[in-house]
Design a protein around this ligand. Structure first.
Ligand SMILES: [Zn+2]
Length: 196
């Protein structure tokens, strides 16, 4: 129980803090009347409205992009030692759906949530088109490079080039410097090291 003496002290402290609080509140109200702060508050409000619209449109746009892609499936090994199927073109990854099925939705990024919802709505063939297990980032970078050089070849030919390129990467030993410059050429992080 709080004693009467203690209560007196608490009351005094409260009244002191309350006065400071009200003074600051008054000061803030005063500032809100100035034109620059009015402008700031207006912009903040607009920004947060746009942020909501932007997020909704982004999710619709990604959904549509994943739906309209003619996927080319590759396989990667995840940290649980399982195979994940991903598309080398658009990056949709069935890891997102696996995690969401395991109730780990909280660990999904915004983009992965969109992926999971697309995968839940559509039945995709389980077969991988590319039968070499390969890191997703590397696979997407290789695909992009091959497409840059050969914009008009069909997917089957892309796979052939892809497998040759990956074989070379894995079988030809090069120095760390060369690996760094290769990562740079492919648009990967300089310290990328998941070549195998
Ligand atoms: Zn795709």
């Amino acid at each position: 129980m709080i004693s009467k003496n203690a209560l007196e002290c608490i009351r005094a402290d409260f009244s002191d803090i309350d006065e400071q609080y009200r003074n600051i509140e008054q000061e803030i109200w005063g500032l809100e009347e100035t034109s620059i702060v009015k402008k700031y508050l207006g912009l903040q409000k607009k920004k947060s409205e746009l942020a909501t619209k932007r997020k909704n449109l982004y999710s619709l746009m990604k959904y549509g992009e994943y739906e309209n892609c003619e996927h080319l499936w590759g396989l990667s090994m995840n940290e649980y030692g399982e195979y994940d199927c991903f598309c080398v073109k658009c990056g949709i990854n069935d890891k997102a759906m696996k995690l969401s099925n395991r109730g780990k939705e909280d660990s999904l990024s915004f983009d992965e949530r969109v992926m999971a919802s697309v995968l839940e709505e559509h039945d995709y063939n389980d077969d991988s088109d590319i039968n070499i297990v390969c890191d997703k980032e590397l696979a997407m970078a290789l695909y992009k490079k091959i497409r840059e050089y050969h914009p008009n070849i069909d997917d089957k030919t892309v796979i052939k080039y892809f497998e040759i390129a990956l074989d070379d990467i894995r079988n030809i030993e090069v120095s760390d410097e060369r690996k760094k410059s290769r990562a740079k050429r492919l648009g990967l992080r300089r310290d990328f090291n998941r070549w195998k």
